[in-house]
Design a protein around this ligand. Sequence first.
Ligand SMILES: Nc1nc2c(ncn2[C@@H]2O[C@H](COP(=O)(O)OP(=O)(O)O)[C@@H](O)[C@H]2O)c(=O)[nH]1
Ligand SMILES: [Mg+2]
Length: 360
Amino acid sequence: MKIHLVGGFLGSGKTTAIANASKLLTDKNEKTSVITNDQGDYLVDSRFIQQSNIPFTEVTGGCFCCNYNQLDSQINTLKENFNPSVIFAETVGSCTDLIATVLKPLLKYRESDIEQVTFSSFVDSQLLLMHLLGNTLPFSMETNYIWEKQIEEAEILIVNKVDLLTPDEFAKLKKMAKDTFPFKQLLFQNSLNSDSVSNWVENISKVQSLKEHKSIDVDYNKYGAGEANLAWLDEEIEITSTNGSSVELVFEFIKKLTAEVTAKNLPIGHLKFFLSFNGQFHKLSYTTILEKDTPNSLKLEKTNTVDLLVNARIQTTPDVLRKIFIDLLNQLKSQNGVTIYEKHLSYFQPGFPNPTHRLV
Ligand SMILES: Nc1nc2c(ncn2[C@@H]2O[C@H](COP(=O)(O)OP(=O)(O)O)[C@@H](O)[C@H]2O)c(=O)[nH]1
Ligand SMILES: [Mg+2]
């Protein structure tokens, strides 16, 4: 069994790349499966992988590092149910120190059934360019510390979303990244493009099983503060309208929500939505620099009921985040002919990272 550990900051493109890589490998008859992971209990990424028909399990309510035994038991579950030859394991986007807390423990404690463990770290190319040009990233100092540690730790650094750069920016970033990280393996990738993802898959499949992995020094006080600065909220609601306008109402809600967060200058780690209606599934995702409008074609869909799952990781307090949500939800509820059924709501400040193992 091969395990490809995939790290990198919130919104850098991990799930997109994993889903596309899994499809490519499955088409080549490789039994491929995925383990998703996040701080909350109802994960947009899990729904997204599920609707892509890729076998998966999840570790919820905390990261792999602090819940190593859960990761281990989910690997067993996949083995029993599916016997995969490849597992992609996506780590929480605000985690670092993964070589010491996940990769090395996997190599040590599952030595007998793992033939290869690789570690890919994703970074958003626009953020990397900002950073290399000497600009400060839009998060708190401590959260920026996590982002920088993720780059330092990267063995294979996937500089992702290069399709969003101008040719000049791309050329500049390539040169600066190669000059700054002469000893890292760099892949410049567009994870929406299958040739580009295929190149990543080829590269990780070549990683030597006996490769030496170098853990990094991490100041856990700073790391813990960086995690705590980003509040988490997950919420699932069902919106029913008597005139078939539920999709439109959901898009209005999403638009107001992103506008409110932006107006309050709250940096977005991720803001993800998963919509299900009429047998259709759509994931929408916003990050601090990715401005995206909702697809017009979808807005015209007529349906009475839409299920909406929201996962937010935003630099603010859980109470502020909850208030923004509840106020907008109340506005939605007050509209004529609209009923909201609230399935789950949880919001919290992630706890201090306390890894199960730390092998340096
Ligand atoms: N243009 C572009 N968008 C991407 C790329 N990779 C991911 N995305 C988008 O970036 C957003 C966040 O991606 P996701 O895979 O959820 O990131 P994760 O949080 O790291 O798992 C989604 O809207 C993706 O469609 C890419 O290479 N190019
Ligand atoms: Mg993800």
